[in-house]
Ligand binder design. Structure first.
Ligand code: DX5
Ligand code: ZN
Length: 228
């Protein structure tokens, strides 16, 4: 089992956007490792969220690494804008990148970490040729577009497959899971090889006083599962 650090990445999609800076400070102080930022264009996914100016506002609110998940068509056109806005890790969907290897290099040439993202219906094999080139893989465990959906169990096989490839070809690969992560599903994902966990609803529901306890509990559950 890999010993990469556990990363808990609260997704700000589930926060109170009316108090964005306060929500980010609260979740950073509560022990978040990364801040997950969901960018949606209303074309690749049926929802529209935020763009570079809001990413810059998130950047100004915290020093934590920003894990920017681009759910947009033709991401190569605007990767530079998101890096300039303060992204530390940029995730692009394999479904949007006909020249995936080139797009990974484009991200890394800007001095940030490159992540490739797979939809639930996209096979693990679609990223196998680039497994040694990327810094991170994000397996979607819901169809992207909305928070609060249920975890798709077939994501676990995908995690196991990708972790097995990574152990041979890229042991430092950060393997992240996004969608439906709860106290019930985080252990399953950790046991299957994920070390980074996006959690929207599971962190942000309820009041800010509960964020530290929520993040700590998710982390403990992940740690326990991968050592059991
Ligand atoms: C879905 C987004 C997720 C979402 C997760 O398209 O990529 O990051 O916010 O939300 P929960 O944790 O509520 O499933
Ligand atoms: Zn996301």
């Amino acid at each position: 089992m890999n010993e990469l650090p556990i990363r808990i990445a609260p997704s700000i999609l589930a926060c109170d956007f009316g108090s964005l800076a306060g929500e980010i400070s609260a979740v950073a102080a509560a022990g978040a490792d990364w801040i997950h930022v969901d960018v949606m264009d209303g074309h690749f996914v049926p929802n529209l969220t935020i763009g570079p100016p809001v990413v810059a506002a998130v950047r100004a609110a915290t020093k934590k690494p920003l894990d920017v998940h681009l759910m947009i068509e033709a991401p190569e056109r605007s990767i530079g804008d998101y890096v300039a806005a303060g992204a530390d890790r940029v995730g692009v969907h394999v479904e949007t990148c006909p020249h995936l290897h080139r797009t990974i290099a484009q991200i890394q040439d800007l001095g940030v970490k490159a992540c490739v993202v797979l939809n639930p219906g996209t096979p693990a094999g679609s990223i196998e040729p680039v497994i040694a080139d990327v810094d991170q893989v994000l397996v979607m465990s819901v169809n992207p577009g909305f928070g609060g959906q249920s975890f798709i169990q077939s994501s676990l096989d995908k995690l196991r497959q990708i972790r097995a490839w990574a152990e041979e070809r890229n042991p430092a690969l950060e393997l992240e899971i996004d969608g439906g992560i709860t106290m019930k599903t985080i252990g399953q994902a950790a046991a299957a090889g994920a070390n980074a966990f996006v959690a929207g609803t599971a962190v942000f529901k309820g009041s800010a006083e509960q964020y530290p306890q929520r993040i700590a509990a998710l982390r403990e559950e992940a740690e326990a599962a991968r050592h059991s």
